[in-house]
Design a protein around this ligand. Structure first.
Ligand code: NIG
Ligand code: FE
Length: 437
């Protein structure tokens, strides 16, 4: 099945700036490479069996199509058959499907009550200390049936898709006991089989010290190491292990122990670090060879430079800063220091309840000091690198999956410009229309 999308204004980061290196090789983009966005106007994409067969300026792509014998064009490339379906984008902007590399969208119940307390002046971590926050979600998840948890997870994934997210990471961390963490992992796996998106699971059994272990935290760390991690690894579901390194949650020393153990099971490493207090978690993430470090609101220059040296991807979560009314992470400094930068929703029922990657893009452009191009790279290709998916998704390049979004505007600038509405008209996953029209 061949499909052609034509009459499009295509904006995409590229792993390989026009050279024919195989899709997928290479690292997350950093520094000025983050601005290296290709624009094809007018552009076209030829999709064959869900993959991008050709992409580029429209006249070049059209020249490859429908040519009868000889089977090779003047440049010696094989010509493509006439497409079975032609989609006219009407001059609208086409970008890669968003990749959301950090969510906690597998949860059982919302926490509006807490949000109201925060509106009245309560502090996010104070609520956590008093046994609300993450523990509140743990209580509701443990009490929920598999079906309830699955339905809520599916509704989050459906909303995410409607905002153009075609690849998404989902963490556990609301079980905090072996059976409940496994149930959460299995729910993520089951949901993944029922939605069009690619879903990457992360084990976050060390998201908080559960109430029953507060007086014996060392026992909980040992439980994670001795029981939860091996059981999680045994399922084959999680690709990554994450941890919440924060004052009053896990120390750097405990985090290192758990993450080093996770690596023994072949999991990639991630860490929530330096969100509220600078515990030098950024440096820890760099030292451990974490794929990414998340939040980083309080990270200092040394931490960011250590990440740049190690190639650790910063996953910045501006929706969380907005929602818990904290400063934004220093994304501009990160790019300038050469830290590869990705952006995510952090979708969760506590600190940031949104599935809307376009809103994250808006915050990046309006509040983080990123250019339209840098922000686009951060929500697509670099986000794909942060969850090990960049060989298949994250940019519109030959050989990658045809995961793309048609926006209701002429460039990605429409996202912050047409403020607070869903700018996504159509969502294609592996070449199939999966949301919008
Ligand atoms: O990334 N900071 C830690 N964990 C989540 C919030 C989880 C929650 O409040 O339920 C976050 O913001
Ligand atoms: Fe998070």
């Amino acid at each position: 099945m061949h499909k052609l999308i034509r009459n499009a204004r295509i904006y995409t980061p590229r792993q390989h700036n026009g050279d024919p290196a195989p899709a997928g090789s290479g690292a997350a983009l950093r520094g000025s490479a983050m601005s290296r966005v290709a624009v094809y106007d007018p552009g076209a994409v030829l999709i064959r069996d869900g993959l991008i067969a050709r992409i580029g300026p429209q006249d070049e792509v059209l020249a490859q199509i429908g040519a009868a014998p000889p089977p090779h064009d003047a440049a010696g490339r094989r010509a493509e058959p006439t497409p079975d379906l032609v989609i006219d984008a009407g001059g609208r902007c086409v970008i890669p499907g968003f990749v959301d590399p950090h969510t906690h969208l597998c949860f059982a119940a919302t926490r509006e009550d807490e949000f109201r307390l925060r509106l009245a002046g309560a502090d996010y971590m104070e609520i956590h200390r008093q046994g609300g926050g993450i523990m509140s979600s743990v209580r509701t998840l443990r009490a929920a049936s598999r079906q309830q948890l699955l339905e809520r997870t599916l509704s989050g994934l459906a909303r995410s898709l409607s905002f153009g997210v075609t690849t998404v990471e989902v963490k556990t961390g609301y079980g905090l006991a072996t059976d409940a963490e496994l149930r959460q992992l299995e729910t993520i796996r089951d949901a993944a089989q029922m939605v069009p998106q690619d879903v990457v699971a992360t084990f976050l059994g060390a998201h908080s010290i559960p109430a029953e272990y507060v007086q014996r935290r060392e026992e909980f760390v040992q439980l994670v190491i001795d029981e939860m991690l091996p059981a999680a690894a045994q399922t084959g579901i999680p690709r990554y292990c994450d941890i919440f390194t924060e004052e009053g949650v896990f120390t750097v020393e405990e985090s290192e122990r758990i993450l080093r153990e996770a690596r023994r099971y072949g999991m990639g490493l991630k860490a929530h670090v330096d969100e509220i207090v600078n515990l030098h978690g950024a440096a820890m993430a760099a030292r451990l060879g974490c794929v990414s470090a998340e939040h980083l609101i309080a990270a200092d220059d040394d931490g960011l430079k250590a990440m740049a040296d190690a190639g650790t991807i910063a996953v910045v979560l501006p929706g969380t800063s907005f929602s818990i009314r904290k400063p934004f992470a220093r994304a501009r400094a990160m790019v300038d220091f050469g830290v590869p930068l990705a952006l995510a929703t952090d979708c969760n029922p506590g600190s940031c309840y949104t599935e809307a990657m376009p809103f994250i893009y808006t915050l990046a452009v309006m509040q983080l000091g990123l250019s339209m191009e840098e922000a686009l790279t951060a929500v697509t290709l670099n986000a794909a690198h942060a969850i090990g998916m960049a060989d298949r998704v994250g940019s519109l390049e030959t050989g990658k999956q045809a995961d793309l979004v048609i926006l209701d505007g002429a460039s990605p600038a429409v996202i912050p410009y047409h403020l607070a509405v869903n700018p996504v008209l159509s969502v294609y996953k592996r070449g199939e229309l999966v949301a919008g029209g």
